[in-house]
Every structure is written in C-alpha cells, then in structure tokens.
Ligand binder design. Structure first.
Ligand code: AMP
Ligand code: MN
Ligand code: MN
Ligand code: MN
Length: 279
C-alpha cells in the first residue's frame, strides 16, 4: 500500500521560514510529501509562487494561512486550510494583523533599547526582506549580535513574557479569525494545541468555544508540540467532532531540533482526517 504524506502546516520566507516558497515546494517533493499546505503567519503572499512550482513538480498544494488570535490574553494560532486566497474579507483581516505586527515591532525594539540593545527593528527588518515581520526576525538579529547561543535561547532570554523584548499581544479575536477563514471557504484548524501555556481545563474550554463558534479541526500531530499529547488530542477531536490535521510546522533549516518536512508520525487511525473534505 502506498502511504500518502500530508504535511499541512509549513512556513516560507514570506513569514518566518527560511526557505522561499519555491524552495519549500522543492524540499517537500524531495521528502516525498504528496499534499502540502503553506501556512505563513498572517499572510498568503507565498501561495502564488508556491502554486507554480507545485504544479511544475506535481505536488498537491493546499492554500493555507496561520492566523494569530488572542483568546483571554493567550496567543492561539488558527490555521485556515484550503482557503480562497483572494477573498477580500480574509485579506483585509490579514492586512490589519500585519500592520499590527509592524507597530508591535517598534515597541519590541523600544523595549530592547531600554536594555541597551540598539537598532533591533532595523536588524529584524533586514531578515524579513520586506515580508511579514515576526519575533523570529528579532531573534535572528539578536543571535547575529551574539546575545545567545541559539534562537531558542534568545527567545527564552529576550522575547517571551516577562523578558525585556516582550510586548503583550493583541491579535484577532477567535470570532474574527473563524469568520475570515470560513468566508474564504477554508477549514479552520487549531494549530499545535499542546504547545500553549494553557492548563488542560483551559485548553478544553478553548476547544469547546472554538467548536461552538464553528471551528472545524484540530492539529492532532504537530512537529512543534509533544507527540505524547496525540492520544488526548484525538480523544478531544472525537468528542467535539473536530476533524484531525497534521503538520510539521516546518520553518526551514534553522530549526535543526524540529522534525523535517513530511517526517510526521503516521496519522492516528481513530481520527477523521481533514483531507477527506477535499476528495
Ligand atoms: P510572533 O508571531 O511574531 O509572535 O512569532 C511567533 C513565532 O516565533 C512562532 O511562530 C515560532 O516560529 C517562533 N517561536 C515562538 N516561541 C519560540 C520559542 N520559544 N523558541 C523558538 N521559536 C519560537
Ligand atoms: Mn513561526
Ligand atoms: Mn504557530
Ligand atoms: Mn506555524
């Protein structure tokens, strides 16, 4: 039996990945991925280029996006899969989030300056090459300047809550994100549910609200969350009648400790996969 490899959560240089959309598709083909979703943070600008390369190389590309949401002061990521990337309501919403990212970037830079780190915004912007600004770009600049040993190390010391470069976030509401995704004909999926700093009861409350507001899926397997949480997530997906999704959350060569594109464990047998909607 031929197993199809689905990887429905990845990033390119249009947000905080290190491979261009074309390079990402080439790497996906090299890794034997059959269906790939490109899901850049709050941006769909890489999809057109990715689609051309995917068509040339015979890979099935799903148009995606990873939307930043603030829920009760927690940042939660919601994927939109199989979206119409030209939908104007979606694009208006994403555009507002990117403006907010730039405003936040100024604040992060000001905060870092108060700790004696000069020129962080300019430094981070060099890494974006004009694309969507993220904390990862600040981390790359700080790494370059010798402020830590690794990106992870830099996050832990400068960019997370309680550290000098942290700015409290105000992203889209859950309702907004779900509306944009559904208006664009997409499937809404909670990204890496086991990675948030939520207690189990808080996570369950979030998932119930997500379902109650029309949310459709749950990433039961993700390269950026502990794999021992899969059983719990499958149980939650089944209880709440959410479809299951899986993705590496691949950001490119920089994250050496994370799993490679397409190298996600087999999809759980007792879970209904999101891609059944697309057959
Ligand atoms: P932002 O959306 O700009 O706040 O940046 C969030 C991104 O930073 C995530 O998508 C990850 O790629 C990365 N990130 C967040 N936390 C960490 C961490 N502790 N270590 C390394 N990368 C992280
Ligand atoms: Mn990221
Ligand atoms: Mn994420
Ligand atoms: Mn991601």
């Amino acid at each position: 039996m031929i197993t199809m490899i689905y990887d429905l959560h990845t990033h390119s240089t249009e947000s905080d990945g290190t491979l261009s959309p074309s390079q990402l598709i080439e790497h996906a083909v090299h890794q034997g991925v059959n269906t790939l979703a490109l899901t850049d943070h709050d941006c769909t600008a890489g999809l057109a280029e990715a689609q051309i390369t995917a068509q040339n190389l015979g890979l099935n590309l799903i148009n995606g996006v990873e939307i930043s949401v603030t829920w009760h002061e927690h940042t939660i990521h919601v994927l939109g899969l199989n979206i119409d990337r030209k939908n104007s309501q979606l694009q208006t919403g994403l555009s507002a989030l990117r403006s907010y990212r730039n405003e936040r970037g100024h604040k992060i830079s000001d905060h870092l300056e108060q700790s004696g780190i000069i020129g962080a915004l300019e430094g981070a912007l060099r890494y974006t090459q004009g694309n969507t600004l993220s904390r990862t770009h600040f981390a790359r600049f700080l790494l370059e300047q010798g402020y830590g040993k690794s990106i992870q190390d830099i996050f832990n010391h400068y960019l997370v809550r309680g550290k000098p470069g942290y700015v409290s976030d105000h992203w889209a509401s859950l309702e907004q994100a779900l509306t944009w995704i559904h208006e664009a004909g997409g499937v809404s999926v909670v990204a890496h549910p086991a990675r948030y700093k939520l207690t189990r009861p808080q996570l369950i409350q979030f998932l119930e609200e997500f379902k109650g507001q029309g949310g459709m899926g749950l990433e039961v397997i993700s390269g950026s969350q502990p794999l021992d949480s899969t059983d719990f997530l499958v149980t939650m997906a089944n209880q709440l009648k959410l479809l299951g999704s899986c993705g590496s959350d691949y950001h490119g060569v920089q994250n050496t400790k994370k799993i490679d594109l397409g190298r996600i464990p087999p999809f759980p047998k007792n879970c209904q996969p999101v891609w059944e909607l697309w057959h």
